[in-house]
Design a protein around this ligand. Structure first.
Ligand code: NAP
Length: 324
């Protein structure tokens, strides 16, 4: 027999643990399985006549294009920003949304090399458009093959290029866009939203050291902004999106079996943002399997985590090898 004090303590711990599990399960289920019925309505002007615009960086392909496509179907205007495939992406969007031509705009910019004055000029040219959604999506591993390599094999330029593309651009661009987003939200009695694309790799993957580190920056930067905006009552919500493997133009070989297509992943992002913001989250993995995988990375023993991560990348290396 346990002494009554000890059994009371154990009972309290057990009850608190069960409540904690039930609370988190409820949050998980509402986020992943009860999609919003009118997604992103909070980011549209209340007058229902002004078009809200979304600016999506890196949106000529992959997840960015998927988001543009989905947002057009929700009556947002979209601004495509990319470097090489802009006109082809715009033609595809025009074909998919024949009645939305006036809601598609585009800019060509090399986000990896753009100096600050060019970024400032871009922001100035956006002034007339009521932008309420800023999606910092551009990012990749901008290296000549092999893209998966040991850190010691990086050239200095590879390091700078990855940092410039994956975090330098978004950092300057976001700072310059905050006054615009604040103004648009305040003058239209609605809210604005910043989404920042990180990755499950943010915890540090072998063969992807610099990419992982930039994605950790995206995550930490986004979380800091979310907290700053909330604490100081900005009319801007901010959320970090943390994908696992998504089938895109930039990630198409050696995929994990459950990897969603970019268009499906984009739909999940759009349908889950409202609930994630309502729950007060700083981040979300919109696809439930990714959410579980990424959570597991934080709790598995390190030896197992390392082995699993290496296996994921080595499958990709093998698939790239076969393609060449
Ligand atoms: N796919 C995944 O499995 C996965 C997983 C975790 C995180 N993510 C993150 O999700 C985001 C999107 O990934 P994705 O796989 O959809 O990418 P993607 O298919 O490789 O597409 C990248 C987009 O970025 C644009 N881009 C590339 N370099 C650029 C440059 N120098 N200047 C301007 N635009 C440039 C490309 O356009 P142009 O070619 O026209 O320039 C394209 O529109 C990234 O931040 C990535 O880190 C992806």
């Amino acid at each position: 027999m346990l002494p009554p004090v000890l059994s009371n303590i154990l009972l309290s711990i057990g009850t608190a643990t069960l409540l904690f599990i039930a609370y988190n399960l409820h949050r998980f289920i509402t986020l992943h399985f009860l999609p919003s019925r009118s997604p992103l309505a909070a980011y549209k002007p209340k007058d229902h006549t002004t078009t809200s615009w979304a600016l999506i960086t890196g949106s000529s392909a992959g997840i960015g294009y998927g988001l543009a496509n989905k947002l057009l179907s929700l009556d947002f205007g979209v601004i495509i920003l990319a470097h090489e495939g802009v006109s082809e992406a715009v033609s595809r969007l025009h074909a998919a949304h024949p009645n939305a031509s006036a809601r598609i705009k585009s800019f060509t910019l090399n986000c990896m090399t753009a100096p600050l004055p060019e970024i400032e000029a871009l922001v100035a040219s956006l002034e007339p458009l009521p932008i309420t959604l800023l999606i910092n999506n551009v990012g990749s591993v901008p290296l000549p093959p092999p893209v998966f390599r040991h850190f010691r094999a990086f050239a200095a330029a590879d390091i700078d290029n990855t940092i410039n593309l994956n975090l330098r651009f978004a950092t300057h661009f976001t700072r310059l866009m905050i006054p615009h987003l604040t103004r648009t939200a305040s003058s239209n009695a609605c809210r604005a939203l910043v989404l920042n694309l990180s990755s499950g790799a943010r915890t540090g993957m072998p063969y992807l050291s610099i990419y992982s580190a930039t994605k950790a920056f995206n995550h930490s930067f986004s979380s800091a902004l979310t907290r700053e905006f909330r604490h100081f009552d900005y009319p801007i919500d901010c959320l970090c999106i943390v994908p696992g493997d998504v089938r895109t133009e930039g990630n198409r070989l050696g995929m994990q079996g459950n990897a969603p297509l970019a268009k499906d992943f984009a739909r999940m992002v759009v349908e889950r943002v409202d609930e994630a913001v309502r729950q007060g989250r700083v981040e979300m993995s919109p696809y439930w399997r990714h959410a579980v995988q990424i959570k597991m990375l934080g709790v598995l023993p390190e030896g197992l985590t390392r082995g699993e991560m290496a296996k994921v990348i080595e499958t990709k290396i093998e698939a790239f090898g076969k393609e060449q």
